[in-house]
Ligand binder design. Sequence first.
Ligand code: NAD
Length: 259
Amino acid sequence: MRGIEGRVALVTGAGRGIGEAIARRLASEGASVLVNDLDAEAASAVAAELGDRGAAIGGSVARPADAEAMVARVQERFGSLDILVNNAGLTRDGMLHRMTDEAWDAVIDVILRGAFNLCRAAAPMLRRDAPHHRKVVNITSINGIYGTVANANYSAAKAGLIGLTKTLAREWGPKKINVNAVAPGFIGGTRLTAARDEETGLGIPPEVLDGIIGQIPIGRGGTPDDVAGLTAFLASSDADYLTGQVVELHGGLEIVQVL
Ligand SMILES: NC(=O)c1ccc[n+]([C@@H]2O[C@H](COP(=O)([O-])OP(=O)(O)OC[C@H]3O[C@@H](n4cnc5c(N)ncnc54)[C@H](O)[C@@H]3O)[C@@H](O)[C@H]2O)c1
């Protein structure tokens, strides 16, 4: 893809799952990548596989000081920042009338506050004058557009991330910074979508998984690489005229019937 070679990226929550796939894809396109994760060991393992193009930092996106440290690290290690991917996320599902303050705050703090923390901390580097566009890609969800039962905290956080995306696209457009969001549907092979584990009882029951996949016109669940491909496109110079958009990535999932 054009315009990723030689750029510098920071991907949050990239120790596994979708974030890991995004970090790998950007590196394979020639970017240097700072891999962040709350799980510092996981971040280091991913970065190590990227060789000279990779560096790692632990820390929580929910903490403003950690966000500042991530930006300081990218400056020290690679000298610039061109692509920020706000991917870190988690779920604490439950019906709203039984939802605890802890469950509400945990999800809002990581997904929405986390993206705010990173965008604000990265602003001085992203807003520097440059001959090329710089890119922010926020990983939201179809839940933030359509809502989902037992998911008020997550859906509200993801909807908030869409508002942040559109506002920042307007604020930073004049600086040639594109701000877009990817709204994945069902992405298999991640912890958020793992099939039920008989021992722990955690995960999605097989009949529910079959029901979701049966409703997807493309005939399969998405993969982390599907999200990484779209993210790389948004980070590339082929998307220089695209900003403030939320791109739904769900294989044509008949969303309202399923969720
Ligand atoms: N899997 C899906 O079907 C799906 C669908 C739509 C959107 N998403 C979104 O994609 C993103 C990645 O999800 P995933 O499925 O790969 O999940 P995952 O749980 O496999 O990975 C999320 C990563 O984020 C990290 N993380 C959590 N809290 C953090 C924090 N405070 N600071 C830094 N890192 C933190 C975790 O340690 C983990 O490595 C999330 O924002 C999620 O909401 C996923």
